[in-house]
Design a protein around this ligand. Structure first.
Ligand code: CTP
Ligand code: MG
Length: 223
């Protein structure tokens, strides 16, 4: 495979509640991170996975992931204080030969290999930045801190954004070098430097496991 995937996995998982770093929390007996990396390694495009691990757990994480694939190079670095810092640490460790780099949240542990392939294919077709998106199903309103509604947004032009997000390596490097404030999304950093971002269809199974309800849904999806 010609694609390297960065996996930010160093978050605390505050919204999931007590129980340690989210990426190491169990889903049907295996850490979320193991589920995520197994699916990435099953995508034929992927040649390298770089995990940004929770501080102090890099060697444990290396052991957890060592048996997943003989085909894919696995690197583990220590993550940072923000998602953006974790991505930057992983990006710095990508071997020179990879020109396409994807960024995938460990929290989207069930993102299917087909989604990885779809994003990688769009980058190879010439899009410097690619994000998987889904239509928004709820009506979305802009609300003041007082609780009063200010506006109803036009849902037809809105999309919910997932990972993996895909980039030409040079584009992602430039976006990170230019970033001043903290971003939750790498494509947002590319937008800031004027890169045109392309969308491909997302996957419902790539839901982000954020709250206990999401973990319960993910348990059911594994049936
Ligand atoms: N992440 C990271 N380093 C950080 C913070 C987040 O690598 N300092 C990663 C998380 O591990 C996760 C992804 O970024 O895979 C998306 O973040 P999120 O879902 O917000 O996870 P957490 O930050 O762990 O959760 P919370 O915000 O509830 O604490
Ligand atoms: Mg977070």
């Amino acid at each position: 495979g010609d694609v390297a995937v960065l996996v930010p996995a160093a978050g605390q998982g505050v919204r999931l509640g007590p129980g340690g770093p989210k990426a190491l929390r169990s889903l049907r007996g295996e850490p979320l991170l193991v589920h995520a990396v197994r699916r990435l390694a099953a995508a034929p495009s992927v040649g390298c996975v770089v995990v940004a691990a929770p501080p102090g757990s890099t060697s444990d994480v290396r052991d957890l992931l060592s048996s997943i694939s003989d085909r894919v190079d696995l690197l583990v670095v220590e993550g940072g204080a923000s998602r953006q810092m974790s991505v930057a640490a992983a990006l710095a460790a990508v071997p020179d030969r990879y020109d396409v780099v994807l960024v995938h949240d460990a929290a989207r542990a069930l993102a299917p290999p087909e989604l990885v392939e779809r994003v990688a294919a769009a980058v190879r077709q010439g899009h410097a930045a690619v994000i998987p998106v889904l239509p928004v199903v709820d009506t979305i309103k802009q609300v003041q801190s007082s609780g009063e509604v200010m506006a109803t947004l036009d849902r037809s032009v809105l999309r919910a954004v997932q990972t993996p997000q895909g980039f030409l390596r040079s584009t992602l490097v430039e976006a990170h070098a230019a970033a001043v404030d903290d971003h939750t999304d790498d494509a947002g950093m590319a937008e800031k430097i004027g890169v045109r971002v392309w969308t491909v269809p997302g996957a419902e199974s790539a839901l982000k496991i954020t709250r206990p309800f999401d973990l319960a849904v993910a348990e059911l999806l594994l049936d």
